[in-house]
Ligand binder design. Structure first.
Ligand code: F6R
Length: 242
């Protein structure tokens, strides 16, 4: 893992932007994208830039089950709102949360993952160590799966909904194996609420109990964090990161 610690989320997002720019300029064609608060600053930088993604393909990590694609809290909507309306891609893929037939939704997306191998995969990090919606305990060998969200993830996501009862309880997500298949992985995590998860990811054992820890086994994993998210790391890790 290559770990970089920044004064704040904006500085880390600028570094993520530079990685996307370099990837695009060196011929990357397929970008794995994430939603949530963490990539918002990166998407704003991309939206304002003169980078041209019109020959690139995007493949998103996950989507809630049971929300129509035009629901304001769906990840389809999020991606349109934050990025695609400003920066059109040749093709964009997000798991089809409106398809309640899990077998067919998973099979369709597994085929997309095979057809469009990702050059780079962007990730955020859940406070419980999840990546995508791969909650603690998810089988490291899974490619695409339907998951039940944990109470803590539902709690963390309720801020986007009028009522906690409106937060979907299930999602389709790329599994750890599919995330690991990307040539380069860029994970961002900001704030004290992520500090425990960052510590487990970097310094803990590689275990399904801490899904992000699998990235220790990735040949090109770049971890961009702010000082708050880095606050529980050992001095040794912090010194090596700077
Ligand atoms: C989003 C995703 C999640 C989030 C994570 C952090 O597509 O897959 O793993 O990256 O829950 O969410 P935020 O960025 O809102 O703190």
């Amino acid at each position: 893992m290559e770990i970089k610690i920044f004064a704040n989320a904006q500085e880390a997002s600028k570094q993520a932007f530079n990685i996307f720019k370099e990837q695009l300029e060196s011929g990357a064609e397929v970008f794995g994208l994430a939603t949530g608060s963490t990539p918002e600053a990166l998407y704003a930088l991309l939206a304002d830039s003169d980078l041209d993604f019109s020959n690139a393909v995007s493949v998103n990590l996950d989507e809630y089950v049971g929300l129509d694609n035009d629901h304001p809290q769906s990840y389809h909507y999020f991606m349109h709102d934050h990025l695609f309306q400003f920066k059109p891609f040749k093709q964009t893929f997000v798991p089809d949360g409106a398809n309640l037939d899990a077998d067919s939704a998973i099979k369709a997306y597994d085929e997309i993952l095979v057809t469009y191998p990702r050059d780079v995969q962007l990730l955020g990090l859940g406070p419980n160590g999840h990546i995508g919606f791969d909650e603690p305990g998810t089988d490291f060998d899974a490619t695409m799966l339907k998951v039940s969200l944990t109470e803590s993830t539902i709690e963390a996501n309720k801020r986007f909904f009028d009522d906690v009862k409106d937060v979907p309880t299930e999602a389709y997500t790329m599994g750890p194996k599919a995330i690991m298949d990307a040539k380069t992985v860029v994970l961002m995590a900001f704030g004290k609420g992520k500090a425990e998860a960052v510590k487990s990811m970097i310094e803990g054992p590689v275990t399904e109990a801490s899904p992000a820890s699998i990235l220790q086994n990735h040949a090109n994993a770049i971890i961009l964090i702010d000082e708050d998210a880095a606050s529980l790391l050992s001095e040794q890790t912090k010194t090596a990161a700077k």
